[in-house]
Design a protein around this ligand. Structure first.
Ligand code: HEM
Ligand SMILES: *[C@@H]1O[C@H](CO)[C@@H](O)[C@H](O)[C@H]1NC(C)=O
Ligand SMILES: *[C@@H]1O[C@H](CO)[C@@H](O)[C@H](O)[C@H]1NC(C)=O
Ligand SMILES: *[C@@H]1O[C@H](CO)[C@@H](O)[C@H](O)[C@H]1NC(C)=O
Ligand SMILES: *[C@@H]1O[C@H](CO)[C@@H](O)[C@H](O)[C@H]1NC(C)=O
Ligand SMILES: *[C@@H]1O[C@H](CO)[C@@H](O)[C@H](O)[C@H]1NC(C)=O
Ligand SMILES: *[C@@H]1O[C@H](CO)[C@@H](O)[C@H](O)[C@H]1NC(C)=O
Ligand SMILES: *[C@@H]1O[C@H](CO)[C@@H](O)[C@H](O)[C@H]1NC(C)=O
Ligand SMILES: *[C@@H]1O[C@H](CO)[C@@H](O)[C@H](O)[C@H]1NC(C)=O
Ligand SMILES: *[C@@H]1O[C@H](CO)[C@@H](O)[C@H](O)[C@H]1NC(C)=O
Ligand SMILES: *[C@@H]1O[C@H](CO)[C@@H](O)[C@H](O)[C@H]1NC(C)=O
Length: 356
């Protein structure tokens, strides 16, 4: 009897503190989360992505970026996918996303394919995490076991997207702070910036480096001059709003490898935020760049670890959030699609308590 009472009291303490610990939340994710309920989810996502990437190789990079822009704003909860409605101010309208984020239609195609196989089971947030890993693999990079079990948010926050997402013209201290705010350190910063090993960037995001860096009237001195001349021909001086795109990695534009880091050593990083990692005087990030440039295996190992770490940020699990039926809308407002089979009620409080 005394023993039972101790367990009950203990349970109260655990329940009272659990939601405060992000580690506890993250540890609730599990790579085998859908083993019984949707064993084919990984191959479904992979098949759609493989198909689309045949005609649009950039889609791999675009979807990896969507996952990043999701995780940095109230956690990896698919909040970025929510469209404008009467109650939602979409994060898609935030400055770092507007006219920039790509691939949301492909996310919807993936979701449709997944729903056909496993209705009401797989969250949009998990689809983004899976798509990022599959993008790495299809791009020639590492694979990893993606921790799963995220649930989708009921809210979005454009203000937070504007605050939390780093900008291309950030200095190293600003980048460090933006990542530290998400629990990511400078190793994670250098490692995850390596995602710029593929994909494209619009002229507007590095234009100032070519012509008038930081108000100096001169180009960025840390930008290789022959590379600068190529970029100047791709982004003419009268085109500061030019939306045409340039490869982020001039060496291997569509491949996930460590060439991004040797580009930085050659002063051929495209964005200021890239080059800062190597060229900031006396910064500890320079040695990390040198390490990754020298050893691709080391980079790949670090990339797996940092992607998993990023994928754990602020996740919703258990009875929090919901499994959206359509990724652009919460179930209570999904344009008639909502057969809101009360995901919440099916996990009753009794169920949770009895599982302890
Ligand atoms: C370190 C701070 C970062 C900054 C300042 C930054 C900024 C940018 C910018 C300005 C673009 C070009 C967008 C456009 O032209 O529309 C871009 C593209 C991209 N970013 Fe980042 N980024 C950062 C970190 C990351 C991270 C952590 C990831 C993923 C792990 C990532 C993945 C990508 C990818 C894959 C693209 C290409 C997307 C495409 O081609 O559609 N970035 N980034
Ligand atoms: C991929 O494309 C092939 C041929 O175009 C098609 O038969 C198949 O259904 C597609 N698969 C997916 C998952 O979209
Ligand atoms: C969501 O909004 C995007 C524009 O941000 C639009 O292209 C898309 O069609 C919308 N999705 C739905 C299902 O209405
Ligand atoms: C997004 O960009 C479009 C086109 O430039 C612009 O009309 C719109 O106002 C922007 N959205 C927001 C929320 O700023
Ligand atoms: C959005 O985030 C901002 C900045 O952290 C916060 O002040 C605000 O309360 C949030 N808004 C909503 C609707 O959650
Ligand atoms: C960053 O965090 C990882 C663990 O997530 C740790 O292994 C690494 O040593 C840390 N790096 C720095 C520079 O603190
Ligand atoms: C840009 O100029 C400001 C001062 O005007 C300086 O504090 C900052 O470090 C400069 N940034 C770079 C990257 O040189
Ligand atoms: C943008 O740059 C391209 C060259 O990359 C050029 O063909 C195009 O005319 C420019 N557009 C504007 C609006 O300046
Ligand atoms: C970098 O370190 C060297 C030697 O420790 C020092 O002389 C120099 O002032 C430092 N530069 C900056 C920008 O901190
Ligand atoms: C670089 O790699 C070496 C050997 O793997 C390691 O001892 C060192 O700590 C690394 N330095 C940084 C800054 O990552
Ligand atoms: C590269 O890094 C891997 C992973 O840390 C390590 O096992 C290997 O010994 C390194 N290779 C070299 C040549 O240093």
């Amino acid at each position: 009897m005394k023993f039972l009472l101790a367990i009950v009291l203990c349970g109260v303490v655990v329940l009272g503190t659990f939601p405060l610990s992000s580690d506890a939340q993250a540890s609730q994710l599990d790579p085998s989360f859908y083993r019984d309920t949707c064993p084919t989810v990984h191959s479904i996502v992979r098949d759609v992505l493989r198909n689309v990437s045949k005609t649009d190789p950039r889609i791999l990079a675009s979807l990896m970026r969507v996952h990043f822009h999701d995780c940095f704003v109230q956690g990896c909860d698919a909040s970025i996918l929510l469209n404008d409605t009467a109650t939602i101010v979409s994060e898609q309208g935030a400055a770092p996303n507007n006219n920039s984020i790509r691939g949301l239609n492909v996310v919807n195609d993936i979701k449709t394919a997944v729903e056909a196989a496993c209705p009401n089971t797989v969250s949009c947030a998990d689809i983004l995490a899976l798509a990022a890993e599959i993008a790495s693999v299809l791009g020639g990079g590492p694979d990893w076991k993606v921790p799963l079990g995220r649930r989708d948010s009921l809210t979005a926050n454009r203000t937070l997207a504007n605050q939390n997402l780093p900008a291309a013209f950030f200095t190293l201290p600003q980048l460090t702070t933006a990542f530290a705010n998400q629990g990511l350190n400078i190793t994670d910063l250098v490692t995850l910036s390596g995602a710029h090993t593929f994909g494209r960037a619009q002229c507007q995001f590095f234009f100032a480096r070519l012509y008038n860096f930081n108000g100096t009237g001169n180009p960025d001195p840390t930008l290789d001059s022959s590379y600068r001349q190529i970029l100047q021909s791709q982004c003419p001086i009268d085109g500061s709003k030019n939306t045409s795109v340039v490869n982020l990695d001039l060496t291997t534009p569509d491949t996930v490898d460590n060439k991004y880091y040797s580009n930085l050593q050659a002063q051929k990083g495209l964005l200021q935020s890239d080059q800062e990692l190597f060229s900031t005087p006396n910064a500890s990030t320079t040695a990390i760049v040198n390490n990754f440039s020298a050893n691709q295996t080391l980079f790949f190992e670090a990339f797996k670890a940092s992607m998993i770490k990023m994928g754990n940020i602020g996740v919703l699990t258990g009875t929090n959030g919901e499994i959206r039926k359509q990724c652009n809308f919460v179930n209570s407002n999904s344009m008639g699609l909502a057969n809101v089979a009360s995901n919440k009620e099916s996990f009753s409080e009794d169920g949770i308590v009895s599982s302890y």
